[in-house]
Design a protein. Structure first.
Length: 148
């Protein structure tokens, strides 16, 4: 079981290197990219007066689950931490601020050197969006009692 886990870890590491060879661009980690995207999507939702704004807000909220999970897994108060980082991103106009998972006292991911591959981040968002679209295409739900 340990050998299989090592194989999987090595495969994942090789895929990360392959992705960097394909596209060397990076984004700051620690949920900084997700928070920045959620803030921009929320701004756009404010400009929409139709029901479509709720889809924008739902997408922004979904992006925020990643920094929430990071905060919770790091032993921080998730909602309070996310709210503070969002407020700082807005007030300081600094999209590099993320969740301080290492408890350094600094939320700037550029200072902490926390990076993620842009290719991987784009793939994560594309795949999760496709999954939601597939779920939304379900137009009929059947319960076990209906067939009887």
């Amino acid at each position: 079981m340990i050998v299989e886990e090592v194989k999987r870890s090595l495969h994942d590491a090789i895929c990360v290197v392959r992705n960097f060879i394909r596209d060397a661009r990076v984004v700051y980690g620690g949920g900084a990219a997700e928070i920045a995207c959620a803030l921009e999507i929320s701004k756009e939702a404010d400009k929409i007066s139709s029901l479509e704004q709720y889809a924008y807000r739902g997408f922004a909220e979904a992006l925020e689950t990643i920094p929430l999970a990071l905060a919770e897994n790091s032993g921080l108060a998730p909602m309070q931490t996310l709210t503070e980082v969002k407020a700082r991103q807005i007030s300081e106009n600094n999209p590099n601020l993320g969740i301080d998972c290492q408890h350094t006292g600094n939320n700037d991911m550029s200072v902490q050197h926390v990076l993620e591959s842009l290719h991987s981040k784009k793939q994560q968002i594309i795949l999760s969006t496709q999954l939601v679209k597939m779920i939304l295409k379900i137009d009929d739900i059947r319960t076990p009692m209906e067939g009887m």
